[in-house]
Design a protein around this ligand. Structure first.
Ligand SMILES: [Zn+2]
Length: 490
């Protein structure tokens, strides 16, 4: 991350000092020598909890983990007493769209970032977002130099093209511009082939959200795609012939599209599915299922009345979720009991195959896709962890999905594990996430301490920079309070 400091100077010189258009300056502090004292440690690899241990951090790096390692605390610039608390690696959200506006109105620029950090998320991959690659890169540099309070940002960029030559030019241009990877949606097969080939030449990984097209997950695996987002293309590859949609189905009607997507896992042939998984496994495809973002489909009333909306949801975010054919993912204009029942069955089959993919050695990760379909930033990521547990994973595996597996998918070799020599990306939690993943929800630290949940996320440490998670969430509540006050003003 060191070269980022140099680039920051260029950023500031080009764009002036941090303006009102930028996120607020970072409240985080990086210490010469920081000691986390007496913590119970979940290392993120799947190993059981160890402790109490001291974790010594020098600058951005974990330099020692041992019992009483911090006894020379008089030499520390800061000591955090984590007695009775749990330390786990910072969460890697593989599907975190940076958003600065919703429903046509702006969001405060640090609203999304603070919700993420407040929930222990220290790295996000932006899978191509509306803010544009230049802004994502700029904020990635500001975050790396601790100028703003934000997770580490890994910016992917969307490739669209209608012909192979154009596709190759675009891939080269995005590599030149600094994209860390490419996001590919629907493309003609010859354009897909060109994108994959050029991406390999310039060394950019591909994340794909396949939706429905000529290519499916087996093709994506053959083309060397790094991560498969959601689940599109997997059951499709295991259905003989086209998907059994009703005669009046129209893909461009989102109600049709999301409703009947809920029948695809049931249509898939189990023996074929097994072969599809093997093809993905052979190519080392990471599966980032993003369970939570579809949850409204199996229980719409729950999704629409989540307890954290009152204090943490900006009014324009909630407005965007309301059924409206002009807002992506806001298709619940006629969502029936039958749709929910179909989607519940869909989840059961889908979850079973994600579990099977991991059992065969496949890399499974956590991505939220928050900002769509009633999923709020940060909260949606924690909900995703809960749904991995529902899929049959032990909480230690769930935390591995959310930490070291995500780092592996991004090629980050020194993050995602609480280990000497690794970057200090850590979450200090007052409560045991293995007992109850709900301790990670931002609402817990803000006073919902019932059910033995203690104080929730206390500190999020990113590259050795210590953030007070409760203070970040208090900032968010203030943003939301002000937005509501503006709404009722005459
Ligand atoms: Zn997305």
């Amino acid at each position: 991350m060191r070269p980022a400091t140099l680039t920051l100077v260029a950023c500031l010189a080009g764009g002036g000092a941090l303006s009102a258009q930028e996120p607020a300056p970072s409240s985080g502090v990086r210490y010469g020598r920081l000691v986390i004292h007496d913590a119970l440690v979940i290392d993120g690899t799947g190993n059981p909890t160890r402790g109490p241990l001291d974790i010594v951090i020098e600058g951005e790096t974990i330099t020692r983990i041992a019992r009483h390692a911090g006894d020379e605390t008089h030499e520390a610039d800061r000591v955090i007493d984590a007695g009775g608390m749990y330390v786990m690696p910072g969460i890697v959200d593989l599907h975190g769209h940076i958003m600065f506006s919703r429903a046509g109105d702006p969001l405060p620029k640090d609203y999304v970032y603070k919700l993420w950090l407040g929930h222990g998320i220290t790295t996000i991959r932006d899978p191509g977002s509306g803010v544009g690659l230049d802004t994502a890169l700029h904020h990635a540099r500001l975050s790396a130099s601790n100028a703003i309070a934000a997770p580490t940002i890994v910016p992917y960029a969307t490739v669209t093209a209608s012909a192979p030559d154009e596709a190759r030019r675009r891939v080269r241009a995005l590599a030149q511009a600094g994209a860390a990877g490419l996001k590919v949606f629907q493309l003609r097969p010859d354009v897909w082939d060109a994108v994959a080939d050029e991406a390999r030449r310039v060394g950019l990984p591909i994340a794909t959200d396949m939706k429905i097209q000529e290519y499916d997950a087996v093709d994506a695996a053959r083309l060397g795609v790094r991560t498969l987002e959601h689940w599109y293309g997997v059951p499709d590859a295991a259905i003989a012939g086209p998907q059994a949609f009703p005669a009046d189905y129209n893909y461009d009607d989102e109600l049709d599209r999301f409703r009947w997507a809920g029948d695809l896992w049931r249509q898939a042939d189990p023996q074929r599915l097994s072969d599809v998984l093997d093809a993905m496994l052979a190519s080392g495809v990471t599966w980032d299922p993003t369970f939570a973002v579809y949850e409204a489909n199996r229980d719409l009333a729950r999704a629409q009345r989540l307890p954290w909306f009152d204090e943490y949801a900006m009014p324009n975010v909630l407005a965007f979720f309301e059924p409206d054919p002009d807002s992506h993912g806001s298709y619940h204009v006629d969502w029936t009991t039958g749709d929910e029942v179909m989607w519940r069955e869909n989840y059961r089959i889908w979850m079973r195959w994600v579990r099977e993919y991991a059992a065969r050695g496949g890399n499974v990760t956590v991505g939220s896709d928050a900002g769509y379909i009633y999923q709020l930033y940060g909260f949606g990521t924690i909900r995703e962890l809960e749904l991995h547990q529902e899929a049959g994973f032990h909480p230690l595996e769930v935390i591995r999905h959310a930490t070291s597996n995500g780092a592996r998918a991004l090629g980050l070799e020194r993050t995602g594990v609480v280990r000497t020599g690794f970057e200090a990306d850590l979450v200090i939690v007052d409560g045991n996430p293995l007992h109850d993943l709900k301790v990670l929800y931002g609402t817990v630290g803000a006073g919902d301490t019932g059910a033995g949940r203690h104080g929730g996320v206390r500190y999020t440490i990113k590259d050795g920079v210590v953030f007070d998670a409760r203070a970040l969430l208090a900032d968010v509540r203030e943003m939301v309070r002000k937005a509501h006050a503006r709404e009722v003003a005459p």
